[in-house]
Design a protein around this ligand. Structure first.
Ligand code: BG6
Length: 470
């Protein structure tokens, strides 16, 4: 039992996190099919562009596909204990519905994982991160079609079988709650006139819950002792005032996110959601045995991203002064500063989220994304003095340690984008998260060479001391 020890545990998984489409590039190499990211040149919040005529930074990204050895050597130099990455579904199943996987795609990940293991870096694998085969959108209508459960299960089983001796940690869907905010990215869903259809969204969510439960089942069977988690974009929403209505608005806002982890971790639909469906006349089609499957195969840990907090207010005058975020906007918090992209910086919010999630689920947490997207300047001597990034991460790591002191069990921390990569919400490279600078801009110009930023050595020290100075 943790009794107020403010100390990172032995074996804490320090590292970094990335997603295939945001860094690999090589979008048509070795048999890879097209994914939703390949037709999203403006990022996850914008509609797809099937013309393929507009420049799309995801196509070549930072060319990790060819440079992974060089990049992993730099992660190893920082002392990474873990590296979170995702599998590009279309490298393994180019259209999504093939029966046999593409060997060249599997081979790429085999080689990449071997490179991690060479440096004793624990691979943490996200099965699906913000992209899916375009073939499944065009031919099946995306996740509202139950057939996708079968295709995803095949993908998951292929991954477990191939990497069973090498990878122990998995996540089923990155930020599964993105479905509500960006249904094309989250579920391959398209709507007439762009009008979101809630029924389709929640039907797609039900199918993803089933797919996730089947992956947990298969993962445990194929790899005894494996750890398979969910992953949510976490939100902590504060009431703007102590007015009871504001408090209830904040609670309602957070439930939109927690619904997803409630089903995946508690194994059943929460009553508040069933009531919501009833009020909105939403009827989710379920087959016999679905609820039992969800109940039986819950996740082992709660993975989440944390970038910012939100505010809910019922006052009409607040509804116009929204601040930005990657998935949705909220009311401005007068106590917080924001990043250049308007994301409100709130380290204490991370401590709150950790406590809330741990109180709710009593399962280990894994902070698999956190970081500051900022414009970096290369000085004349070639250095990059990213003190603002150090300040952001320092404050968040301190609060994570406070949460450990509160008694929360945290398995690890993988900061987002340890090497600069293409942003998800705006599809640009101007917004950088890395400890490693990549000489490539949003127009795709540059040498693609890698340089260490000031934060590189800072993070190296954090890891080598296991965060003892916080
Ligand atoms: C998370 C996603 O929402 O936020 C990542 O899982 C994403 O894919 C990250 O890159 C940061 O968002 P952005 O828009 O700054 O890239």
């Amino acid at each position: 039992m943790n009794t107020n020890t403010r100390k990172f545990p032995e074996g804490f998984l320090w590292g970094g996190a990335v997603a295939a489409n945001q860094l690999e590039g090589a979008y048509q190499e070795d048999g890879k099919g097209l994914s939703t990211a390949d037709v999203s040149p403006n990022g996850i919040m914008s509609p797809p562009d099937y013309s393929m005529e507009n420049f799309n930074l995801y196509h070549d990204a930072i060319d990790f596909y060819h440079k992974y050895k060089e990049d992993i050597a730099l992660f190893a130099e920082m002392g990474f204990k873990a590296f979170r990455f995702s599998i590009s579904w279309t490298r393994l199943f180019p259209n999504g519905d093939e029966v046999e996987p593409n060997e060249k795609g599997l081979q790429f990940y085999d080689n990449m994982i071997d490179e991690l293991l060479k440096y004793n870096i624990e691979p943490v694998l996200t099965i699906s991160h913000y992209e899916m085969p375009l073939g499944l959108v065009k031919n099946y209508g995306g996740w509202k079609n139950r057939k996708l459960v079968e295709f995803y299960e095949r993908l998951a089983k292929t991954i477990f079988t191939r990497f069973k001796d090498k990878v122990k940690y998995y996540m089923t869907f990155n930020e599964i709650n993105v479905l509500l905010h960006a249904p094309f990215t989250g579920g391959g869903l398209e709507f007439e006139n762009g009008q979101k259809n809630e029924h389709d969204i929640y039907q797609a969510a039900h199918h993803q819950f089933l797919a996730s439960a089947l992956a947990v089942k298969a993962g445990h069977e194929i790899i005894p002792g494996s750890q398979i988690g969910c992953m949510i974009a976490s939100m902590v929403t504060y009431p703007y005032t102590s007015k009871p209505e504001d408090m209830f608005a904040a609670l309602t806002q957070d439930r939109k996110t927690l619904f997803f982890s409630d089903v995946q971790s508690r194994g059943k639909y929460p009553t508040y959601m069933l009531n919501y469906f009833k009020d909105k006349d939403i009827h989710i089609e379920m087959a016999d045995g679905d609820l039992e499957l969800l109940q039986k195969h819950t996740v082992d840990y709660i993975g989440f991203s944390y970038y910012m907090s939100f505010v809910a207010s019922t006052a009409p005058e607040h509804q116009d002064e929204k601040t930005a975020g990657n998935l949705f906007a909220g009311v401005k918090n007068p106590y917080l500063k924001a990043s250049e992209w308007g994301w409100q910086i709130d380290p204490v919010g991370l401590r709150t989220v950790c406590n809330q999630l741990y109180d709710r689920y009593q399962k280990p947490l894994f902070i698999v994304e956190n970081g500051l997207g900022a414009v970096d300047k290369v000085e004349e001597d070639g250095s990059i003095q990213d003190d603002y990034r150090i300040e952001y991460l320092d404050a968040h790591i301190r609060e994570m340690k406070n949460a450990i002191g509160d008694g929360v069990e945290i398995m690890g921390y993988t900061s987002w984008g340890p090497i600069d990569l293409v942003s998800a919400s705006t599809a640009e490279l101007r917004k950088r998260y890395g400890f490693i600078y990549v000489d490539r801009d949003s127009e795709g110009k540059g040498t693609n060479k890698r340089y260490k930023k000031k934060s590189f050595n800072w993070y190296k020290d954090v890891i080598s001391t296991n965060g003892e100075d916080f």
